[in-house]
Design a protein around this ligand. Structure first.
Ligand code: SF4
Length: 314
């Protein structure tokens, strides 16, 4: 499947059925910590990359095949930034006809200054924007936004949206050592977050291979400090088992997941043995290579596999 993937386990959301409405690594940020690697399609223009019917047909087929009991939430999440897709409200309307499960949007929040975007996302139950920076300089250093996107404008967009939105806002802060984990930075972040007044705040850290070298997880004591200061929950230890895929081919099934979520060697072993068999496991590790758009890398003493955009294989 091109747009529908998972089910992927999420500590915050339970079993999440993911829907991606944009092409791989299409984003208006190029965050230093991005687990999908560097942004290859940098844009700030919204576009109907695929028809709503194409996306909704895939969702309908999945739900018919596996049933509503196979997932807890439907998550619109990009292999990049999903609000670059328009019309998002048509996707929301279509999904509502297929399931009563909560509908969640994972976004960097950068386009919420745009009133059309705010209108299109108003029908979600939960919107999860990101806020890692506290001023223009830290925004450019951590998120490396497209052209003239300004921190002031982005923050104002999230604040304005939080005042009009009827659902819940769960804000995520990605903490990166020496970038935004100083006491001063955390105090500024606290001030900014108070203006948004989200229902929940989550702290994440770069546990998977980042786009740039030198991106590290802060000291545990600093994560704990930030968690208390921001009244946040820490999600650095996300569960990584119990993936489910609708693909019948083992390599395609892993690619479907790692396009959005790099997996460690152990995660892949567990997934392939539970969903496939020993042969599929051997086949995957003997074939996993750039030929299949799969890159092997090491991070914090673990071997990870992630998707790379070289020769597109469908
Ligand atoms: S982390 Fe999200 S917002 Fe940042 S570059 Fe990656 S996809 Fe874009």
């Amino acid at each position: 499947m091109k747009h529908v993937y998972g089910v992927v386990p999420s500590r915050r959301l339970g079993r999440s059925l993911g829907i991606c409405p944009i092409p791989f690594k299409t984003c208006n940020y190029s965050c230093i910590y991005c687990q999908l690697g560097k942004t290859t399609r940098m844009t700030n223009s919204r576009y109907t990359f695929y028809s709503p019917e194409e996306i909704l047909n895939e969702a309908e087929n999945f739900i018919k095949k596996y049933g509503e009991k196979s997932f807890d939430v439907v998550t619109i999440v990009g292999e990049g930034e999903p609000t670059l897709y328009t019309p998002l409200d048509k996707i929301v309307e279509g999904i509502r006809k297929l399931t009563h499960k909560p509908l969640v949007l994972i976004t960097n929040g950068s386009l919420l200054y745009n009133t059309s975007v705010r209108k299109e996302v108003s029908g979600f139950d939960i919107v999860m924007p990101t806020l890692d920076a506290w001023d223009e300089a830290s925004f450019r250093k951590i998120n490396r936004p497209f052209g003239k996107l300004s921190y002031k404008e982005v923050l104002k967009g999230i604040v304005d949206f939080s005042r009009e939105f009827n659902g819940e806002i769960w804000l995520e802060v990605m903490l990166v050592k020496d970038y935004n984990d100083s006491i001063e930075a955390l105090n500024f972040l606290k001030e900014r977050i108070e203006t948004i007044s989200p229902e929940r705040v989550y702290i994440n850290v770069p546990v998977r291979p980042p786009a740039e070298k030198g991106v590290e997880i802060p000291e545990k004591s600093r994560i704990d400090y930030a968690r208390k200061l921001l009244g946040a929950t820490s999600i650095e230890n996300l569960p990584v088992s119990n993936f489910l895929s609708s693909e019948s081919d083992a390599i395609k099934a892993v690619i479907e997941i790692i396009k959005r979520h790099p997996m460690s060697k152990d995660d892949i072993k567990e997934f392939l043995l539970s969903e496939f068999n020993e042969q599929a496991l051997e086949k995957f590790f003997s074939l996993a290579s750039e030929k299949y758009n799969i890159e092997k890398c090491s991070y914090h003493g673990k071997v990870f596999y992630r998707y790379i955009q070289r020769r597109e294989k469908r």
